[in-house]
Write a protein that binds this ligand. Structure first.
Ligand SMILES: Cc1ncc(COP(=O)(O)O)c(C=O)c1O
Length: 469
């Protein structure tokens, strides 16, 4: 058995147990403590370091939980074989392996990543059954590339669903299916790009989309937001004839554009013979008030391109999104040989989704997930209010799978993220959502809650509280 000697700092903000845990973990990772080394017993270490047994016990528990050591019955605790030498970077840089693991940070226990979805409620058994069913069909598509625009049956289901839920008026012939919104916007960019090279984008807005337009040669014009969404006056001023917008749930701020502003926006499109690109990415998750009809459904002049995705309500890994083109653009799509572009979404997934929608599972799933996420969101906001009160401002709590948190403790974005990581919590930067960095909020982070359980949300917010206040 080895002896463990370390200098404990009684005055540190880190509890003693955490200092012991960190010390042993570092020694294991750096190879100082090799596999199968037996750790001192709780009694021996506590008397050696003159600390309580509970403190040693807590440190050992954490090491066990994280898999660094293992208990062997009637024998004690042993260092686990980590096979670190199989990691090429660690192997080739044996003297400094610890740096790669960021020793200052606790391992991430609570990841508030926006984009993660609830795993526990995904209807895996139904999905498996329907995938199987789709494979049993004897259709020739099973053996071919499939329809370039997306399977007709799925487009019929999407058109039905959008008419019922969002008032969207379209025929299946106007729908193009593709592997994600960025892919579809790439296609749209080349469709409309030859005549227009300026595009207005909400500031802040989704940087994943801004990049796509830029890479397609567009100049982007960031348009600041009012409390109720994009500033229409500034939109006119920008002289752009195209705008990309998230009216149902502004990304990332989360405001819902009221009907009066939607009408102003449609008037703008009419005045300039412009195009509105409406991204309705998470319209299923509205927790407060009645849903407002989509812009597309209000647009008598048919100037709106409507986009939606199955990434939020179903699974991001499916990579299924759709774009609804107004008649003028679908005519262009047909004329410019886009039919030669092969479909990017697998036929199996499309067919499975069609069956999922057609047999009523989709509606039921949305209802269920709306409740699941509403509960998570309430837990998140209640815990934040209870612990942090006036020390923070919560933004965007009426809808969606994320919120923004403005933190009033003097830390900037980087410091907030770093302090959180040191307590084992991952929260995310928002400054990249601003095209003009000077306008970005200084002390704000993004908190996604879709992928965490209610229990982890509570525990994660408690850790954040410790990290920041
Ligand atoms: C505003 C917005 N639109 C679209 C998407 C992504 O959609 P997809 O996964 O279909 O590309 C996201 C994802 O984060 C988003 O925030």
């Amino acid at each position: 058995m080895i002896e463990i000697t370390l200098l404990l700092n009684e005055k540190s903000e880190e509890p003693l147990y955490f200092q012991i845990y960190q010390h042993i973990k570092k020694d294991i990772i750096s190879g100082k403590l090799v596999a199968n080394t037996r750790l001192p017993s709780i009694r021996a270490l506590s008397s050696h370091l003159h600390i309580s047994r509970n403190t040693v016990e807590s440190a050992y528990h954490r090491l066990i939980d994280e898999g660094y050591v293992q208990s062997r019955p009637r024998s004690g605790l042993y260092v686990v074989e980590l096979e670190l030498d199989k990691l090429p970077t660690l192997h080739s840089n044996k003297r400094k392996p610890v740096e790669l693991i960021e020793p200052d940070n606790a391992p991430i226990q609570y990841d508030f990543r926006y984009g993660d979805v609830d795993i526990a409620h995904f209807p895996l058994a139904t999905w498996r059954k329907l995938t199987n069913l789709s494979l049993q069909s004897e259709q020739v598509e099973l053996f071919s590339y499939g329809n370039p625009q997306g399977e007709h049956g799925l487009r019929v289901e999407i058109a039905k669903y959008l008419y019922d839920s969002r008032g969207v008026n379209c025929s299946p012939e106007q729908i193009i299916i593709g592997a994600g919104i960025q892919y579809l916007l790439n296609m749209l960019s080349s469709l409309i790009g030859s005549t227009n090279s300026n595009i207005a984008i909400e500031e802040p807005g989704y940087d994943g989309v801004r990049t796509v337009f830029r890479n397609n040669g567009f100049s982007t014009h960031p348009i600041l937001l009012d409390k109720d969404g994009i500033n229409i006056y500034k939109l006119y001023e920008s002289k752009s004839r195209i705008v990309y917008i998230t009216p149902s749930h502004q990304f990332p701020y989360g405001m819902v554009m009221p009907i009066a502003k939607r009408i102003q926006l449609l008037k703008w499109a009419q005045d300039l013979d412009g195009i509105i690109i409406e991204d309705d990415y998470d319209s299923e998750f509205r927790y407060v008030g009645k849903p407002i009809p989509s812009l597309q459904s209000l647009d008598a002049n048919q100037r709106t391109v409507y986009l939606g995705t199955f990434s939020k309500c179903l699974l991001p890994s499916l990579r299924i999104a759709y774009m609804i083109l107004p008649p003028e653009l679908i005519a262009l799509y047909n004329k410019q040989d886009y039919r030669l572009y092969d479909q990017t979404v697998s036929w199996f997934h499309q067919k499975t989704l069609e069956l999922f929608m057609n047999k009523g599972h989709w509606e039921a799933h949305i209802r269920k997930m709306r409740n699941v996420y509403h509960k998570k969101q309430s837990t998140l906001i209640e815990t934040i209010r209870e612990l942090m009160g006036e020390k923070v401002t919560v933004i965007g709590e009426n809808a969606g799978l994320h919120i923004l948190l403005r933190v009033h403790n003097g830390m900037d974005e980087k410091e907030l993220i770093r302090a959180a990581a040191q307590k084992g919590v991952k929260v995310y930067a928002v400054s990249h959502y601003w095209e003009k960095q000077t306008q970005a909020e200084a002390s704000m982070v993004q908190i996604g809650f879709g992928g965490l359980s209610n229990e982890d949300i509570v525990l994660g917010i408690h850790s954040l509280f410790q990290a920041w206040f």
